[in-house]
Design a protein around this ligand. Structure first.
Ligand SMILES: *Cc1c(COP(=O)(O)O)cnc(C)c1O
Length: 405
């Protein structure tokens, strides 16, 4: 389908809302994205037409619901370029996917083993690894970020050694917008024998992703940022990498047999999906992927970057404006500060004009420390944002700069 932002906007009922008497300008997409009618309809249709628990029934609706749920898994697999649906584990979100990997590999980690992350990681890709540091004596190392927001690849290379057990890096930063060269890094990590994970929470929304091509062992994404429901995400793993993971939660559906004396587990991915899964959410994610895949990812990226650059060009005219994150490879995330003003105050003033941006640490405290800031304001652009909205942001920030100076 050709890219027409007005046609896209018309599919999002919430975008016709007003806030404080102004049309909603929703620029908080890196935190969570709005939902198109196709996703809303898919959830309603499943709840009103065919709903039952999955995998255990012999009745018609149990089979229909199972087909829809497993069909959603196949859609995620195709979307990420995974070889088979069984390479996809449904999780609650990206956070749970990373926790699953960290917990699942913990039996292979002992005192002095090294885990490498970067200074630009989301807390979701830091804290689960701290657990391995606290509980197993692992050493957690952070790859530095350069002044322009790019990853220091030379230092990353020099940090890798036979002691490295796991490397986990974001594919795209939720604050800097930096797109990391995962495919280039993969062979360096593989040469050490370590596991390689990439966090695709942002990248899967803004870039074409092919996990096979990237050469990762694990990759995760989260549904609510991809125009889908909350409560659903996915972990991709190669067959070999999933087999290394110890099961995370125990319960129904993840077992083969349960006796008083022992238990045996189902094969992946079911081994990692204990209990009744988020059935409707998974089906909603499948609908979001169907909807999103109508568009050419290169065109989406181009559109989002045009809006980003339009906003940035205007904001650069404000004296106190400071951009954080200027890596040559970056996506449509614009983090900034107004010198002498608190980011929260900037966000509150923008809200008066119906403009939704985020202000704070964005779950990236080590990155805030790296850049010597307490917080930033962040405008993040999605598929439905327009050049007009970029101009509204610039006008709003000009007013904030005026009030707060
Ligand atoms: C949002 C985000 C996460 C966490 O996703 P959840 O949906 O909250 O689990 C992890 N990493 C990055 C880069 C993110 O942007």
């Amino acid at each position: 389908m050709s890219f027409d932002v007005d046609v896209i906007r018309a599919q999002f009922p919430i975008l016709s809302r007003e806030i404080n008497g102004y049309p909603l300008t929703y620029l908080d997409n890196a935190a969570s994205a709005q939902k198109p009618q196709a996703v809303i309809d898919a959830l309603t249709a499943q709840m009103s037409g065919a709903y039952a628990n999955v995998h255990r029934g012999l009745h018609t609706m149990a089979n229909e619901t199972t087909d829809a749920y497993e069909g959603a898994r196949a859609k995620v697999a195709a979307f990420l370029g995974a070889p088979k649906p069984r390479n996809i584990v449904f999780t609650k979100g990206a956070s749970e996917a990373i926790n699953l990997v960290a917990y699942g590999l913990s039996h292979l980690i002992s005192e002095g083993d090294e885990i490498i992350v970067t200074q630009m990681e989301h807390h979701s890709n830091i804290v689960p690894w701290h657990f391995l540091r606290e509980r197993h004596g692992a050493i957690l190392k952070f790859v530095p970020v350069l002044d322009n927001g790019a990853l220091d690849l030379d230092t990353l290379k020099s940090m890798l050694s036979s002691r490295t057990k796991i490397v986990s890096i974001t594919h795209m930063s939720n604050v800097l917008g930096t797109i990391n060269p995962i495919k280039e890094i993969a062979p360096w990590v593989k040469a050490t024998g370590a596991f390689f994970m990439a966090d695709g929470s942002q990248a899967a929304v803004h870039l074409p992703v092919n996990v096979n091509d990237l050469g990762v062992d694990y990759y995760c994404m989260t549904g609510h940022k991809l125009y889908g429901p909350t409560g659903i995400g996915a972990l991709y793993g190669t067959t070999a990498a999933l087999e290394k993971l110890a099961p995370y939660n125990g319960g129904g559906e993840m077992i083969e047999d349960v006796y008083e004396t022992h238990v045996s587990y189902a094969d992946p991915p079911h081994k990692f999906e204990a209990g009744t899964p988020p059935i409707l959410e998974a089906i909603g994610l499948g609908a979001a992927i169907d909807w999103y895949r109508q568009y050419n990812p290169a065109e989406v990226h181009q559109h989002e970057m045009a809006v980003y650059h339009h906003a940035l060009d205007g904001l650069r005219g404000i004296n106190s404006f400071r951009l954080i994150g200027e890596a040559p490879e970056k996506g449509s995330v614009l983090s900034f500060n107004l010198e002498g003003a608190h980011a929260h105050d900037v966000a509150q003033i923008l809200d008066k004009y119906g403009i939704a941006v985020r202000a704070g640490q964005h779950c990236t405290q080590p990155l805030m420390v790296r850049f010597g800031v307490h917080s930033t304001a962040r405008a993040s652009f999605g598929i439905y944002n327009t050049l007009d909205e970029a101009e509204r942001l610039v006008e709003g920030v000009k007013k904030a700069a005026h009030f707060l100076s």
